[in-house]
Design a protein around this ligand. Structure first.
Ligand code: NAD
Length: 261
């Protein structure tokens, strides 16, 4: 059987996709032919404009739906209002860094809700739609921190390990169906969020941009290069292809060797 990498006619719902990795994934899936539903909680004109630009550039249908991934009802409404959800990308995420005994409870709750529980709600809503359509892909954006830990990121690491566990469970519950569930585990990816931290870190350590990138940010990433949002998109597109139909319940690290250490 010839394998297809063409996603024409499929609809992808990508949580947290008005910037960074989510947007990179939306762009690559649209290039592969999928209709895309973008999301964030902000609902600004520029959010809707991103969807319009993708539609114009690729010829697919693209729309933006505002929904707050910290709220279970909003997560479910996003998927329901998308109308179709053949590909679900759980990507929305936030971070907070502090020692456990100083970690604000509100931040813990928000990180667990947005980075982990949202994937439970969207998946619960999407699976019946995938079953009806006879095909589905659940792709959770975890992290190298879904497989290994660092100090001061308790909520993020607990949530990302939780997402990896949820991924395996969804894979087992759908194992005999044409549906797969996998997690992508990025290392450091150069998103606008990461880029914006470089100037302050240069000042803090009195270092050049190159030194900050190689010796501070990419200290644990053996390749000493950032992964890119396009590479995350390409990995997601591969997981949606026929070639990946038997890949389920696993993690794919795109981390320049971080988790090989
Ligand atoms: P980003 O800040 O650019 O993107 C986060 C996205 O989540 C944005 O679109 C934002 O609007 C959305 N979001 C945040 N709170 C939301 C909410 N309550 N409701 C709806 N949307 C919300 O950051 P990013 O680096 O692109 O991160 C995307 C994902 O990739 C996250 O899950 C993050 O943990 C993961 N990740 C990032 C890196 C990295 O180095 N950048 C590494 C590993 C994993």
């Amino acid at each position: 059987m010839a394998l297809t990498y063409d996603l024409t006619g499929k609809t992808a719902v990508i949580t947290g996709s008005n910037s960074g990795i989510g947007l990179g994934i939306a762009e690559e899936l649209a290039k592969a032919g999928a209709n895309v539903v973008l999301n964030s909680f902000t609902d600004r004109d520029e959010d809707h404009a991103i969807a319009a630009r993708i539609a114009k550039e690729t010829g697919v249908e693209a729309k933006y739906i505002a929904a707050d991934m910290s709220k279970g009802d909003d997560c479910r409404r996003l998927v329901a209002d998308a109308g179709a959800c053949d590909i679900l990308i759980n990507n929305a995420g936030i971070q907070h860094v502090a020692p456990i005994d100083e970690f604000p409870t509100g931040k813990w709750d928000a990180i667990i809700a947005i980075n982990m529980s949202s994937a439970f709600h969207t998946t619960a809503q999407a699976l019946p739609m995938m079953r009806k359509a006879g095909w589905g892909r659940v792709i959770n954006i975890a992290s190298a921190h879904g497989l290994t830990a660092s100090p001061y990121k308790s909520a993020y690491i607990a949530a990302k390990h939780g997402v990896v566990g949820l991924t395996k469970t969804v894979a087992l519950e759908t194992a005999e169906e044409p549906i797969t569930a996998n997690a992508i585990c990025p290392g450091y990816v150069l998103t606008p969020l990461v880029e914006s931290q470089i100037p302050d870190t240069m000042k803090e350590y009195d270092m050049s941009r190159d030194d900050v990138i190689k010796n501070v940010m990419l200290k644990r990433q053996p390749s000493k290069e950032f992964a890119t949002v396009e590479q995350m998109g390409g990995t997601a597109a591969f997981l949606c292809s026929d070639a990946a139909a038997q890949i389920t319940g696993t993690t794919i690290s795109v981390d320049g060797g971080w988790t090989a250490l």
